[in-house]
Design a protein around this ligand. Structure first.
Ligand code: A3P
Length: 345
């Protein structure tokens, strides 16, 4: 009887063991094949000469694993040197616009094996204290990457801060500048919603959007309200154009990035002279979130934090109409300067 039970147990263990080994082999095979689908990535053109057209490691795997360790500082100098890793100044910056979808754009571009993102907003050029620390301080804030990869950072405050264009120009006059915009009234409401949430968290009361956006004395749009001013994109862009030619900017349609991210990302790949590597596989719609999320490989995927995609408060339709009318001529000018017409009312 005992012998029979032991034999039965051994048989069960054998079946379970084979199942575990089988699953493991399957996973290894799938991840391997995915890496082959997302191969090493040659970067052509303006981002510098590339003699060797290949990365020494499978880039995506590297970005998820080793690079993470390097970033966290869990690596010796020797390891960094052996892997030929460097901290590079950004070749492209997402300069704004706040609430335009800057985080989504950065995270989505980071799907590209040749792109390495600076995870935090560094606020080097808009913060005098940081700027005074010098360019080496800024470089040291950058993630480790292979020399062939490009680093991208995003700090949306750059777009609206007076001193920033000149400072960036001094660092690199041929840098590429990405601006992601949304329909200006929606962006202003999104901006308000973020501030409102902050106030509520601190148990503070706050004005209604209508009260801030419309001057109660004149009943006109309140151009002193920051959320309104930030949405006058053309005014800010004109300051930048004193330093950089329009060819160095690329406008991303933030409303389209929400609904249909791939074509927008493909335009950015082109602008950055990167080979097309981001595919529909990398982006999947998450019905619960109501947004596209990111798929790096069969194992790793992620959605943006809950602070992205807030529910906006309802705004009086007459205020929306007034704001849209106010932004209209500025939008026309923006289309004219950038050569990109967006379907804003
Ligand atoms: P809302 O919170 O108003 O919906 P930023 O990163 O510049 O702060 O922009 C935040 C906005 O990014 C969000 O504004 C959201 O609409 C937009 N967004 C675009 N793509 C997104 C995505 N895939 N997931 C979450 N938010 C996304």
């Amino acid at each position: 009887m005992l012998f029979k039970q032991q034999a039965w147990l051994r048989q069960k263990l054998l079946v379970l063991g084979s199942l575990a080994v089988g699953s493991l082999l399957y996973l290894v095979a799938r991840v391997g094949s995915l890496d082959r689908l997302q191969p090493i990535c040659p970067i052509e053109g303006r981002f510098g000469a590339r003699g060797q057209a290949e990365f020494p490691l499978r880039a995506l795997q590297f970005k998820r694993g080793l690079l993470h360790e390097f970033r966290k500082g869990n690596s010796s100098k020797e390891q960094v040197r052996l892997h030929d890793l460097v901290q590079q100044l950004p070749k492209a910056i997402i300069i704004g616009v706040r609430k335009g979808g800057t985080r989504a754009l950065l995270e989505m571009l980071n799907l590209h094996p040749a792109v390495v993102k600076a995870s935090q907003e560094i606020h080097f050029f808009d913060n005098d204290e940081n700027y005074a620390k010098g360019i080496e301080w800024y470089r040291k804030k950058m993630p480790f990457s292979y020399p062939q990869q490009i680093t991208i950072e995003k700090s949306p405050a750059y777009f609206i801060t007076e001193e920033v264009p000149e400072r960036i120009y001094k660092m690199n006059s041929s840098i590429k500048l990405l601006i992601i915009v949304r329909e200006p009234t929606t962006r202003a409401i999104s901006d308000y919603t973020q501030v409102l949430e902050g106030k509520e968290r601190k148990n503070k009361t706050y004005y209604k959007f209508e009260k801030l956006a419309i001057d109660p004395n004149t009943c006109e749009v309140n151009t002193k309200y920051k959320a309104v001013r930030t949405s006058i994109y053309t005014k800010h862009l004109e300051r930048w154009l004193k330093y950089f030619p329009i060819e160095q900017f690329h406008i991303v349609d933030g409303d389209r990035l929400i609904m249909e991210p791939l074509p927008e990302l493909q335009l950015v790949e082109k602008f950055l002279n990167l080979p097309p590597r981001i595919s529909q596989y990398n982006l999947y719609f998450n019905a619960t979130r109501g947004f596209y999320c990111l798929r790096f490989n069969i194992i790793f995927n992620k959605c943006l934090a809950g602070s992205k995609g807030r529910i906006h408060p309802e705004v009086d339709p007459s205020v929306i109409t007034k704001l849209r009318k106010f932004f209209h001529p500025f939008n026309q000018k923006f289309y004219q300067i950038t050569g990109r017409t967006l379907n804003w009312p």
